[in-house]
Design a protein around this ligand. Structure first.
Ligand code: GCW
Length: 657
């Protein structure tokens, strides 16, 4: 089967035809038993050869430059081995089609280098077995959230206006991009499961099966978000109590039917007792009871339940200083360690709040050693510029994955999986902002190897997306992407305090937008100071949820890292930070600097005009104007707000409104 071509006008992203030249201009032999994934590999090589003059054959014997050696199709083994003698051929060996496919994409990354010199046998295998992308796609257009909740790249590539799109070519092209960066699972609908979407599980499962067929061709398993109330809303039962025999039977039967049509179905994703979604609390049951019921339904078929830990009170009274949203996930889940089934995975947001530009690493990740755990990142840029701002998140994610909650083991080793909330839609560039493609690619590669240097991942992305890029383009792309997360941090909410966004859609500044709301997201600024006291001594006690190594660091403003200091402490404006400036001067300085950095990035991008395809260049250039406008708005609102509250002038006399 030939590889899918994205429909007309859709960007090839990191798989442009030219990336296949080194492979396609050589002679390849595929040895071993074929199966669907080996067919996919064959199709990829054959297409590349048709384009670039090489050849591909089955079997052995003939002289060749590349041998793809596969023992069989079977199994979940994703590893492959690469080896080469000085005079070739290059050989990729895998026990099955999954490994061979990853090996093929590895060769693409190596480019000409794959066919030069000697390679000692190198075994490649993913560090994390679960590398998943969650789509927050609705089937119906939701009156507030639209087709894709927190989607900034157009509509869903799966559904439109309540119907399946039936665009297998686009889905297959998407699956290919995901496989090429190492992703092996996709959940195809929003974790907020509304009425129409609930039915994907039952009478509309055929639509999911059609998507699964496309994903399967690239080694990706399909998952579904389900509502905990399904036995009531779909099955007509009086209860969804996870310990009720009829309920359990209903789930068992519904799950069996899913596997009838999707034999390799990955499993369920569940958001329960969170932001209005139903859950086990209604029946006085624990989240382990809830998760285990679904785990039991999935177990006979080899499926997994991803149970989200994003559980908190979203109807808080802002006057009540004893409730702390940051504490909630730990308070709910840490006591349940050891109670979850072997095929239940607790899916934990990387920070305790909600995908802010800066948060401490969630203490939940270190608190359940006997529970399988997936760390959830937000590839879609809800709070990081909504794909109108350049904000490459590789640096932030890497810091999270390397963080040692117990002082020893990095998060990337504690976790069994990494889950990203997708940033893809029906936009011609897939991701709205063309440079946001780098976030999706980086997510996949960090899931494969959480210890990878994110800047090297960016090198890969640049080389694949722009084959043969001149040095000026490579360094220009690094210049605009490498520091973009920190620039974004500088011109938005300061020192880890978070939020300060426009309520509802979350784009642009509104310092007090959430200050008197029920969502539990406060900064407590007054004329004397700002920040949230989360210490054990005088605050909410959140700091004590960490192991002692970190609890001690965060407990004291003197040792707490500056970038998190207002997350953990309420401080006077004159408080001297570790970096040497006061809180208020830091706010002014970073906001002026952040805007200057965006201006510089915009100018760098302008200088790349002759090196980037014109429509891509123009789109990014246009978006930079909006980013700059928005960054100035952030700067002026945040600086003016704190000047008015504190009355402290800028030490450098710059204009504050
Ligand atoms: O970040 C918040 C978003 C919600 C989202 C929720 C979640 C899907 O604002 O839109 O709902 O998190 O992660 O469940």
């Amino acid at each position: 089967m030939p590889p899918p071509v994205p429909p007309d006008g859709i960007d090839p992203a990191w798989l442009p035809p030219a990336a296949f030249r080194p492979l396609g201009s050589r002679r390849t032999l595929i040895r071993g038993r074929g199966g669907p994934l080996v067919e996919t590999v064959y199709g990829e090589v054959a297409e590349a050869c048709a384009r670039f003059g090489g050849s591909v054959g089955w079997g052995g014997g003939a002289a060749c430059d590349l041998v793809l050696d596969v023992a069989g199709e079977a199994g979940d083994d994703e590893s492959f081995t690469l080896v080469r003698d000085a005079d070739g051929p290059t050989t990729v060996t895998a026990s099955g089609g999954r490994g061979l496919l990853h090996g093929l994409f590895h060769l693409l990354r190596l480019g000409e280098g794959a066919f030069r010199g000697r390679w000692e046998p190198e075994v490649h295998r993913p560090a994390l077995p679960l590398r998943m992308l969650d789509h927050w796609d609705n089937v119906d257009v939701h009156p507030v959230m639209g087709q894709v909740e927190r989607g900034y790249a157009g509509g869903s590539i799966f559904w439109v206006d309540g119907r399946a799109r039936h665009e297998p070519q686009r889905v297959r092209a998407y699956a290919r991009l995901l496989a090429a960066c190492g992703i092996n699972a996709v959940a195809v609908n929003n974790v907020n499961v509304h009425e129409t979407e609930a039915r994907l599980l039952t009478d509309r499962i055929g639509e999911v099966a059609a998507l699964a067929a496309q994903f399967r061709a690239y080694g990706i398993r399909t998952h579904l978000s389900v509502t905990f109330a399904a036995p009531i809303v779909l099955g007509g039962l009086a209860t969804a109590d996870p310990l009720d025999a009829e309920v359990r039977e209903w789930w068992g039967e519904a799950t069996r039917r899913v596997y009838d049509v999707i034999p390799d179905f990955g499993g369920y994703v569940v958001k329960a007792d969170s932001e209005g979604q139903p859950g086990p609390f209604a029946y006085g049951r624990s989240h382990a009871d809830g998760a285990n019921m679904l785990a039991a339904a999935l177990a006979p078929h080899g499926g997994t339940v991803h149970w989200r830990a994003f559980v908190y009170d979203h109807r808080q009274d802002w006057r009540d200083r004893s409730t702390d949203r940051a504490r909630a996930a730990y308070d709910h889940f840490a006591p349940l360690d050891g109670e979850f089934a072997a095929n239940a995975v607790l899916q934990v947001k990387h920070g305790p709040m909600d995908f802010q530009v800066r948060e401490p690493v969630s203490p939940v990740i270190g608190a359940l050693p006997r529970t399988r755990l997936a760390v959830e990142l937000q590839v879609t840029q809800e709070y990081t510029g909504q794909q109108r701002h350049v904000c490459w998140l590789g640096q932030m994610w890497s810091e999270v994955l390397r963080f040692r909650l117990d002082g020893e083991t990095p998060v990337g080793q504690l976790a069994d999986g990494l889950v990203g909330v997708s940033n893809v839609g029906d936009d011609p560039y897939w991701t709205g902002h063309p440079l946001a493609q780098a976030n999706l690619y980086t997510f996949g590669r960090l899931a494969w190897d959480p210890g990878a240097d994110p800047r090297r991942v960016l090198d890969e992305w640049i080389a694949l997306t722009h084959p043969g890029a001149p040095d000026a383009l490579v360094s220009g792309l690094h210049a605009v992407l490498d520091g973009s997360w920190r620039s974004y941090e500088k011109y938005t909410a300061p020192l880890g305090v978070g939020f300060m966004v426009q309520p509802g859609h979350h784009y642009g500044p509104s310092v007090d937008g959430y200050e008197y709301s029920p969502w539990g997201t406060y900064h407590f600024a007054d004329r004397d100071g700002v920040g949230v006291d989360r210490t054990a001594a005088t605050g909410t006690g959140y700091a004590a949820q960490y192991a002692k190594v970190w609890a001690d660091v965060y407990e004291s403003a003197a040792s707490c890292p500056d970038e998190l200091v207002l997350f953990f402490h309420h401080l006077p404006y004159g408080h001297l930070l570790r970096g040497g400036s006061t809180v208020i001067q830091h706010i002014y300085d970073t906001h002026f600097d952040g805007v200057a950095e965006v201006t510089a990035a915009r100018d760098t991008w302008a200088s790349l005009r002759d090196l980037v395809e014109p429509s891509r260049h123009a789109r990014v250039a246009e978006l930079y104007e909006e980013q700059l406008r928005s960054a100035r708005e952030w700067r002026d609102q945040v600086n003016s707000y704190f000047f008015r509250k504190s009355g402290v002038p800028d030490a450098h006399g710059r204009r504050i409104h």
